[in-house]
Design a protein around this ligand. Sequence first.
Ligand SMILES: [Zn+2]
Length: 143
Amino acid sequence: MGIDIYCTNRDCSFEGKQCFEYRRKLLDALRDYLTADESTYERELKYVNWLYREDNEDNSYMNITEEERDMGYEELKKKELDGLFSYIFLTERSMITYTQAVKFKKTFDKMNSFFYSKESRFLDLDMIKHAYCGKGNHNLQCW
Ligand SMILES: [Zn+2]
């Protein structure tokens, strides 16, 4: 299971596939990062916890207003912690652009230690790196 990804550069044959398991692992890493400094990231954490709502029977995660959600997301953006979302919520019609890759890397570098503590490497990083190193000439398209 995954989303197929190819490079939009006509002279490049790079292809990849997003593994769905990494979506969850990235979200887990983000949550661990915020939880480690809970008093600083209270609002952000509330928003991220809400993203888990679908696979949680505990309804307390739903206990968040729209305003709180917006605020949590805005805070994540301000602190450059929203970079993973473009990859976590990738769809078949998404693109991974250079700008997104830069944002992803900024956030990912911050939670790197949380990700690697999970006994598995983030293998999809190659794809982000492709868009990143391509500096806009190797944007990726999903299908
Ligand atoms: Zn390429």
